[in-house]
Design a protein around this ligand. Structure first.
Ligand SMILES: Nc1nc2c(c(=O)[nH]1)N[C@H]1C(S)=C(S)[C@@H](COP(=O)(O)OP(=O)(O)OC[C@H]3O[C@@H](n4cnc5c(=O)[nH]c(N)nc54)[C@H](O)[C@@H]3O)O[C@H]1N2
Ligand SMILES: Nc1nc2c(c(=O)[nH]1)N[C@H]1C(S)=C(S)[C@@H](COP(=O)(O)OP(=O)(O)OC[C@H]3O[C@@H](n4cnc5c(=O)[nH]c(N)nc54)[C@H](O)[C@@H]3O)O[C@H]1N2
Ligand SMILES: [Mo]
Length: 764
């Protein structure tokens, strides 16, 4: 690498401290942690002002997760981790021209992710020239002209690739896809390709829409809620409030997870302390510790029990579905001994869960990355669909499918066109609305983008947010891919490793965050977003921008499109002067967005049409919901091989590391840890903090990562867990889920070797 840049995350030099994993989530520690992060990063009065406007009707949408807001809101409608996300965006420190003059790209690459993020908000546009080792300041006009020149010089539009992370507003994302398609390509990879793509594909094929079918209100009417492969205590803390309220009404909860995640064991709402209520609620009635990848076997077991003891919704099955008989026949062939072995659960555990499934008149199934990031991600989600269809648990109160989305607007971005594989119907309407031709051939998703870069097929790589290098698999290979690109552009709020591992030339374009006031043509603007349950609503920033040089995402896209599409019929500069004009255009171009400006201004926004939920209609080619039959995945990995899942700690937002604690799991001060079953450790003579090197194995290839500290943990035998992004150098690029092409971040086959003395650093 010409700039001698380290693409992987150097360890933070702190000592690993181990406590007992917590049973209980939230509570006083969470309230203190929220305020601590706020006050240390942005000061007291700003903290209170900011936190009061999160998720309010007049405020901004929390940039944390995509969990929906209740209709009746309390004064503080945020969670500990939402507070961290807000504090992180509003922090006082600045990364400006002086900062980059002091630190070369090489120096910065020796910093940990935690330290890079702590450096502050990006404050002005910066340019890294070919061969240079330091970023230099650049004016907005010059930066936009430079991108335009590079785009104009491409031999064909496919040589441009345009990534989106999921915080981008509907308005910015809509303009962005219009610009990219105006250039003539569908190369629109996004974070969804690594996230819920398996859900989109799995649901689209079976129920005719790639989204969930429940609203928040349904949680008040469910008999049973299944939480599968998800850690809401950390990643969707406000979901625990909905689960607690359901629980108080008598709903039962099953938690399916290799780990006993804290939030589902016991939950204490931080706000209950203000009401002097000190009791905590036990949320999950049953925890099923499946082995990694064992969900398909478990779900088949539950369906066998359902067929044996349950009340099937025969009218629904006969009138609204196809494929039921084939599914019944396939389940008859499944042997309990195999299902026990593969799920890692006993027959008794499955029967206990089965009784709860059979007894429920209204079941909701929630899931996240524990299902989607597997080779059979699409298939296993379709097993969840099978189970719910049997009892007709779709399109009626208290029942339905609930993929819980990650980034706060990842669902909205897809709705408004961020998709490398758009449908013909979508393109046709877009073409009519925008008045120019749309490219019809599908573009690159995330994995294919990296492959194209490796094959020297990419000249310009533009990222609307995110941290592509650290979020994607096989860090070293992806770094070498990015190094082959002519120009890489990052529209960002915070410094990250994708600013250091770049193409020959690189630009950083700093933008406004959700929390900040956005003024265009002397008027304050608002943007709109869609939550995980298809509600579209407004988000208005209230804080002064971190720097006068910041521009809004719609402004950046509009200005660039104006330059690179001189013959376009769209008045780009007028559109970005008043976002109402963008929304008027969206009304014409997008299904379900009629009278957008008017409807989105209603206090809670509005719900997008959802045929299965609204009237049990399935827009599949034959108009029916589909039962599907899938083989069980092969879970054998061979002797001395383990299965590694890569997941999030309590102190991070994807690749943004807020701190070094994973409080609920009792792991403190060091992130380079490997959670392992204690018996597996004892068998090998290993102890807590034994230093190991990890090798991953895929189709004869090996990837190596050294110096990981073992932590004995309650995890099934043969399974391991480590944090991403550190563990991403072990994830093979081409190990992806069938159909969705999502990297299998929860299924990495590895072997371990003890590595002598630990590189366990100093006290924090
Ligand atoms: N604070 C905070 N909030 C976030 C994020 C964040 O990083 N920090 N990220 C956001 C984003 S983009 C997303 S997508 C979501 C992610 O939300 P989650 O999906 O909850 O995130 P992960 O940490 O990947 O956790 C996956 C869970 O699946 C379990 N699991 C792994 N493999 C299996 C399996 O084979 N079967 C089963 N049943 N379970 C399994 C793991 O033990 C873990 O509990 O959170 C969003 N919200
Ligand atoms: N091994 C492994 N890899 C994974 C996963 C896993 O579970 N395991 N999870 C995958 C998942 S689910 C996802 S969603 C991806 C996440 O992939 P990305 O979305 O690409 O990554 P993030 O870490 O969320 O991006 C953080 C950066 O976004 C920028 N940013 C923050 N807010 C804004 C904003 O408002 N506007 C703009 N323009 N920029 C902003 C900041 O500069 C910040 O550094 O990672 C995936 N990678
Ligand atoms: Mo995600």
């Amino acid at each position: 690498m010409s700039r001698n840049v380290n693409p992987t995350t150097p360890p933070d030099p702190h000592r690993l401290r181990l406590g007992t994993p917590k049973a209980k989530a939230a509570g006083v520690a969470a309230a203190v942690s929220s305020l601590y992060h706020g006050i240390t990063k942005m000061g007291v009065s700003k903290t209170v002002k900011t936190l009061r406007t999160v998720n309010q009707h007049e405020g901004f949408d929390c940039p944390g997760c995509a969990w929906p807001d209740p209709e009746h809101r309390t004064a503080f409608e945020f969670c500990e981790n939402g507070a961290k996300a807000v504090a992180d965006e509003s922090m006082a420190a600045r990364v400006d021209a002086d900062f980059f003059a002091r630190h070369s790209v090489h120096d910065l690459s020796t910093w940990s992710d935690h330290r890079l993020n702590r450096a502050g908000r990006l404050a002005q546009p910066m340019y890294l020239a070919a061969g240079a080792d330091r970023y230099a300041p650049i004016e907005w006009d010059a930066a936009l002209d430079m991108i335009t020149q590079h785009l104009n010089a491409m031999a064909s539009p496919e040589r441009g690739v345009f990534y989106t992370s999921g915080r981008t507003s509907n308005e910015a994302a809509f303009l962005y896809q219009a610009m990219v398609r105006g250039l003539g390509t569908n190369n629109l990879p996004d974070c969804s390709n690594m996230c819920h793509e398996s859900s989109g594909k799995g649901l689209g094929q079976t129920i005719g829409i790639g989204k969930g079918t429940v609203s928040l209100e349904d949680f008040n009417h469910a008999d049973l809620i299944m939480v599968i492969g998800q850690n809401p205590g950390t990643n969707h803390p406000r979901m625990l409030t909905a689960l607690r309220d359901a629980k108080h009404r008598g709903t039962r909860i099953i938690h399916v997870n290799p780990l006993p995640e804290a939030g589902l064991t016991a939950f204490k709402h931080p706000q209950d302390y203000m009401k002097a209520n000190f009791g905590s609620t036990t949320l999950a009635d049953l925890h099923l510790p499946v082995r990694i990848g064992g969900d398909a076997a478990l779900l088949k077991g539950l369906m066998k029990i359902m067929l044996r003891d349950g009340t099937l919704d025969s009218t629904f099955i006969n009138e609204k579905t196809t494929g039921f008989d084939a599914l019944v026949a396939s389940l008859a062939d499944e042997q309990w001994s195999t299902l026990e072995h593969e799920s890692g659960l006993s027959r008794a555990q499955m029967e206990q869960a089965g009784r709860m499934v059979v007894a429920s008149k209204a079941t909701i199934a929630c899931w996240a990355m524990g299902l989607t990031q597997h080779r059979n991600g699409v298939a296993v989600i379709q097993e969840v669909v099978n189970l719910l269809l049997m009892g007709g648990h779709i399109g009626r109160p208290g029942a339905g499918l609930c993929p819980v989305r990650g980034h706060s607007n990842v669902q909205g971005d897809r709705t408004v066109g961020i998709w490398e594989a758009p449908t013909e119907t979508f393109l046709q309407r877009m073409e009519e609305g925008l008045g120019f031709a749309m490219p019809s051939s599908h573009g690159y998703d995330v994995v294919r983008s990296i492959e194209a870069m490796l094959e020297d097929k990419v000249d310009v790589f533009f990222c609307m947010g995110g941290n592509f290098l650290s979020a994607t698999p096989d860090t070293k290979l992806t770094a070498s891919a990015l190094n082959r690109v002519g120009l890489t552009v990052q529209v960002s709020t915070k410094l990250n490793r994708s600013h250091l591992v770049t193409g020959h030339e690189a630009l950083i374009l700093p933008c406004l965050g959700r929390t900040e006031i956005d003024v265009q043509a002397n008027n304050e603007q608002f943007v709109t977003v869609e939550n995980s349950m298809g509600m579209v609503h407004t988000s208005v920033g209230g804080l002064r921008p971190a720097s006068p040089h910041l521009k809004s995402e719609p402004w950046i896209v509009g200005q660039l499109a104006h330059r690179c599409l001189p013959d376009s019929p769209l008045p780009w500069l007028e559109l970005i002067e008043d976002y109402d004009r963008i929304r008027d255009l969206m009304s014409v171009c997008l299904a379900g967005f009629d009278a957008y400006n008017e409807r989105v201004r209603q206090p809670n926004g509005f719900a997008l049409p959802n045929p299965p939920r609204d009237d049990r209609r399935f827009e599949t080619p034959d108009g029916k919901a589909h039962f599907t039959v899938h083989p069980r995945p092969n879970l054998e990995v061979g002797a001395e091989r383990f299965v590694l899942m890569t997941l999030r700690s309590h102190d991070q937002y994807n690749t943004t590391i807020y701190g070094l604690h994973d409080r609920y799991r009792g792991i403190h001060g060091n992130r380079r840890v490997l959670m392992m079953n204690a018996e597996d450790m004892v068998e090998r003579g290993w102890k807590a903090r034994t230093n190991v090197n990890i090798t991953s194995h895929f189709e004869g290839e090996e990837r190596h990562s050294s110096s990981w500290l073992l932590v004995p943990y309650e995890i099934p035998r043969g399974n391991l867990a480590a944090y991403f992004p550190e563990a991403n150098e072990l994830v093979p690029l081409r190990s992806t889920a069938a159909l969705s092409n999502t990297p299998t971040s929860k299924w990495v086959v590895v072997s371990l070797k003890a590595a002598g003395d630990a590189a366990n650093g100093e006290e924090e």
